[in-house]
Design a protein around this ligand. Structure first.
Ligand code: NAG
Ligand code: NAG
Ligand code: NAG
Ligand code: NAG
Length: 410
């Protein structure tokens, strides 16, 4: 009898584990569901293995460092036969970048793009992103600068913005060294990188000594950290719970590391219900105008959507974080005046809790008179641009659309 019991327990554990790994919630309408299951399953296995390794072997490393190590790759090649793009690692005013440039040039001075990679400001690096950034440089046949900004939690706000800005400023002020036309420079990024790109475009605009950024190509960007109860947040919390590519909980964790350099559980709990800000602030005209759910098209709002209350929150916590949140670099969507921003391509994903960050920004850019192409890829999840051993058809389309826009507008 005893042996049977262990077999049964073993089967139950294996069943539960494989359920956890390969049977996440997959809502109706999500494109390429089996690829999604596989990629999410592998991401979870990697997380579990990283945790085991951290517990057994890396006494001296943080979990995040061990986890980052699981994705470390070999140095990308500088030259690839048949490719017109050469790449090299350089130092732009103290910031490491990978510079891609055309070997044979068609123009005396080419346009350029500064790219900030995704990974929640905590993960990934310019090597892991080489496959995507090289492809972008090749398809556009321009100079591309991929920025190795410092990561959270070791470095907090505004280190990531400072590094991205330093690299961008260096390119703009040394354009002729790279045979770049400084009046034709784009910024781009995915997810947290899209957030950085958005902030950089605004910062460059505000600096009278720099030529404006001409184009921004933003792939499912984050644009604000005030409102975690947008229609898309409500949709994804209901559909995925804590089991998806980018969950509500993960965002709160990343936000906590961005501000405090660690997981602060009180803050994380408050953030998810928008209780990190004070009612008095939520009731300001400015808040309601800039983070305005009425900008989201009706057909994208779930039936069960509830407008978030404006009479709850924490005065104490708000007092503590207010200065950081009020920094004009912190939340690009909170900028009151969006006139003069670059021509913008903004991609959002239907199954992404931060979809509405991108939509609200796109709508407000448009209202401020900018040229905007906003595309919502309704079947997509957050991270679909990812280029690896599996590619997503929608991600490929999104990339093509973004690059086509850059090609026309640069
Ligand atoms: C562990 O970290 C300490 C402090 O940073 C360092 O002095 C020590 O050499 C490290 N040990 C190993 C085995 O890496
Ligand atoms: C607060 O929210 C309520 C309910 O949605 C709304 O009627 C009211 O106008 C809001 N008050 C302020 C000051 O924004
Ligand atoms: C929110 O957006 C809607 C639609 O554009 C607009 O009618 C409304 O005035 C906006 N609300 C505020 C407070 O600006
Ligand atoms: C948010 O704060 C209000 C008080 O301002 C409280 O009643 C509510 O339970 C809080 N929400 C959560 C999810 O903690």
């Amino acid at each position: 009898m005893g042996a049977y019991r262990y077999v049964i327990i073993g089967v139950l554990i294996l069943g539960a584990l494989s359920g956890y790994l390969f049977h996440p919630p997959v809502p109706k309408g999500l494109s390429e569901p089996w690829k999604y299951r596989l990629v999410l399953g592998v991401a979870k296995i990697t997380r579990v293995l990283a945790f085991v390794k951290y517990r057994i072997a890396s006494r001296n490393q943080t979990f995040i460092d061990t986890y980052r190590g699981m994705y470390r790759k070999h140095r990308p090649k500088e030259l690839i036969s048949g490719s017109n793009i050469r790449s090299k690692v350089m130092n732009f005013d103290g910031v490491t970048v990978r510079l891609y440039e055309p070997i044979e040039r068609k123009e005396e001075a080419t346009p350029a793009m500064v790219f900030m990679h995704g990974g929640g400001l905590a993960f990934a690096n310019i090597d892991v992103y080489d496959r995507l950034t090289r492809q972008m440089a090749e398809k556009l046949d321009i100079v591309l600068v991929s920025v190795e900004y410092r990561k959270i939690p070791e470095y907090q706000f505004p280190a990531q913005i400072e590094d991205s800005m330093k690299a961008t400023r260096y390119l703009l002020t040394h354009a002729s060294d790279f045979k770049v036309d400084a009046s034709r420079v784009a910024v781009s990024g995915d997810s947290a990188g899209g957030y950085l790109a958005t902030v950089i475009a605004q910062q460059v605009y505000d600096d009278p000594d720099l030529p404006n950024i001409k184009v921004q190509v933003l792939f499912y960007p984050g644009t604000q950290m005030y409102d975690f109860q947008t229609p898309s947040h409500q949709k994804c919390s209901a559909l995925f719970g804590n089991d998806g590519m980018l969950t509500h909980q993960t965002l709160a964790w990343l936000g906590s590391m961005y501000h405090f350099g660690k997981a602060d559980f009180e803050f994380m709990g408050q953030v998810m219900s928008n209780n990190h800000t004070a009612p008095s602030f939520k009731q300001t005209k400015r808040y309601q105008k800039n983070i305005n759910h009425s900008l989201i098209p009706k057909e994208l709002i779930p039936d069960f959507y509830q407008p978030p209350p404006n009479n709850t929150g924490s005065d104490v916590l708000w007092e503590k974080i207010r200065d950081v949140y009020m920094d004009p670099r912190h939340d690009p969507l909170m900028r009151d005046d969006l006139r003069g921003m670059p021509d913008s391509f903004i991609a959002t994903c239907g199954f992404d809790c931060i979809r509405d960050d991108g939509i609200m920004y796109a709508k407000r850019l448009e209202q401020a008179g900018n040229h905007v192409e906003w595309v919502n890829y309704n079947g997509c999840f957050h991270g679909v641009l990812w280029q690896g051993w599996i590619n997503f058809k929608n991600g490929k389309q999104m990339l093509e659309d973004g690059l086509a826009y850059a090609k026309i507008h640069l």
